[in-house]
Design a protein around this ligand. Structure first.
Ligand SMILES: Cc1cc2nc3c(=O)[nH]c(=O)nc-3n(C[C@H](O)[C@H](O)[C@H](O)COP(=O)(O)OP(=O)(O)OC[C@H]3O[C@@H](n4cnc5c(N)ncnc54)[C@H](O)[C@@H]3O)c2cc1C
Length: 430
């Protein structure tokens, strides 16, 4: 690694082992929540470690409050399981808007327009109503805490994974840094749900990197809805679950000067400052120019930048664009495509597994896919689905005393199906 101004040598340290976990999930975004809950429900002693103080990752701290999408674009639900459970929990709190089942796949222009204004219709037409959902991120945080704790997960906030200890092909410990110093957790299987494949990199696995233009979504309040809805600019902002509140998916290439490496803290510092400055200028423009926003106030910037992509594992199988719509015998999760109708990816178990580390699985936006497939598999419902598969498979590997790659996939599929996940054929008949 580049030293710049040379190097220092740190003295050797003894790191206390503070706990043992059968399944250790690192990162508490959508994927990590699902992985931890799934593993714990399978009976594994599960720990979930998250560097911040709440769950959800981009789905809460990034203000990406749209589940795109749980369907295949033809009216058929293809993501269920824990993602559906979260939709149900949020709906019970009045904190989630989703089209009812009878409307999925409807080409009715009035319905399509209603859901487009909530940010639930994207891509080029002809459009139909998708099974997607808009939700409140604060309610998501609380429901996620409940989901995880009710499953018996040992939840640990405010710890950052910074190292691993390996023995042969296995990770024996993950090392975390916090205000308590360095601490190690002994583990049976690790699920890397950090979004950035941090654990995979620490374990020496190969990854692919992408530079991205960051986003900074923000919310406004006190907007006069009738005026805002009548404006020709109405599709640059979206209604939220709260009257008078709007979501602004601000960002993208034309606004910030350069793409960044989201694992480089100096790039992130530049992007944080620049995005906040420019996003506030956008707020000023809305107040000055767009009817309804005259007295709007900033209800909040996302607490973290919107990073679509950073590092992806190069796993046992790298799912490619050419494999869209192809069936896999070892499918463990399925996703539709938020901008395409009828496009479906079956995600094989091998795309969640590291090549060199037999007890490391990844879940969420850093799974082993190519850049174009990532466009679909990074979406929150897909992250729930891969998390659920990783957590279930991790628990089974330990139960049977086999490496992750040795898990009998038909048994894993049956467990996922029994738990409510949607899989083609194995569960519902192809
Ligand atoms: C601008 C933008 C728009 C998007 N739009 C949509 C959309 O409309 N609908 C949709 O469904 N999806 C959308 N997505 C995609 C989606 O939001 C994310 O890809 C998804 O939420 C990722 O979930 P994840 O759990 O894989 O990762 P993350 O949400 O990134 O979670 C990773 C978690 O790990 C923690 N962590 C990271 N490193 C460490 C470490 N070393 N130690 C401990 N903890 C760590 C983080 O704090 C975080 O909580 C969008 C993404 C972006 C950026």
């Amino acid at each position: 690694m580049e030293g710049g101004r040379g190097f220092i040598v740190e003295p050797e340290r003894r790191v206390p082992v503070i706990a043992e976990a059968d399944v250790l999930v690192v990162g508490g975004g959508a994927a990590g929540i699902a992985a931890a809950v799934a593993a714990a429900r399978q009976g594994a002693r599960t720990m979930l470690v998250e560097r911040y103080g709440s769950l959800g990752g981009l789905a809460t701290n990034g203000l990406i409050v749209l589940l795109l999408t749980l369907d295949d674009g033809r009216g058929r639900q293809v993501v269920a399981g824990l993602c559906q459970e979260m939709v149900d929990r949020l709906s019970a709190r009045g904190a989630c808007f989703a089209p009812p089942r009878e409307e999925w796949g409807s080409p009715d222009p009035a319905l399509v327009e209603r859901y487009r204004r909530l940010g639930l219709v994207w891509g080029s037409g002809p459009h139909v109503v998708r099974y997607s959902a808009a939700y409140d991120p604060e309610e998501f945080r609380v429901e996620a805490d409940g989901l995880v704790l009710e499953a018996g997960v040992d939840l640990r906030f405010h710890r950052w994974a910074v190292g691993v200890r390996r023995e042969g092909q296995r990770i024996t410990h993950v090392v975390f840094e916090s205000k308590a110093g360095r601490e190690a957790v002994a583990c049976g299987v690790v699920v890397d749900a950090t979004g950035d494949a941090d654990v995979a990199v620490l374990a020496g696995e190969q990854v692919e990197r992408e530079l991205v233009h960051p986003w900074l979504w923000f919310r406004t309040a006190n907007v006069v809805e009738d005026a805002a809805e009548a404006s020709p600019q109405r599709l640059s902002y979206y209604r939220t679950v709260h009257p008078g509140g709007y979501l602004h998916p601000w960002g993208a290439a034309e606004r910030i000067g350069r793409a960044i490496d989201a694992t480089n803290p100096d790039d992130l510092t530049y992007a944080e400052v620049e995005c906040r400055r420019l996003a506030r200028a956008e707020l000023d423009r809305l107040r000055a120019k767009v009817p309804g926003f005259e007295r709007a106030w900033l209800a909040g910037f996302a607490a973290t930048l919107g990073i679509t992509e950073s590092r992806r594992l190069v796993g046992i199988h790298q799912l490619s664009r050419e494999e869209m719509d192809l069936p896999f015998d070892d499918v463990v999760a399925v996703t539709g495509h938020w901008t395409k109708y009828g496009a479906v990816y079956e995600i094989p178990w091998r795309s969640l597994l590291a090549r060199e580390t037999e007890n490391l699985a990844v879940a969420g936006r850093c799974i082993s896919v190519d850049h174009r497939v990532h466009h679909a598999t990074k979406e929150i419902p897909a992250c729930f689905a891969t998390g659920e598969a990783a957590g279930t498979g991790a628990a089974m590997a330990l139960e049977r005393g086999v490496p992750l790659a040795g898990v009998a996939v038909s048994a894993l599929q049956a467990r996922l199906g029994a738990a409510g996940a949607w899989l083609p054929g194995r569960v519902l008949g192809r």
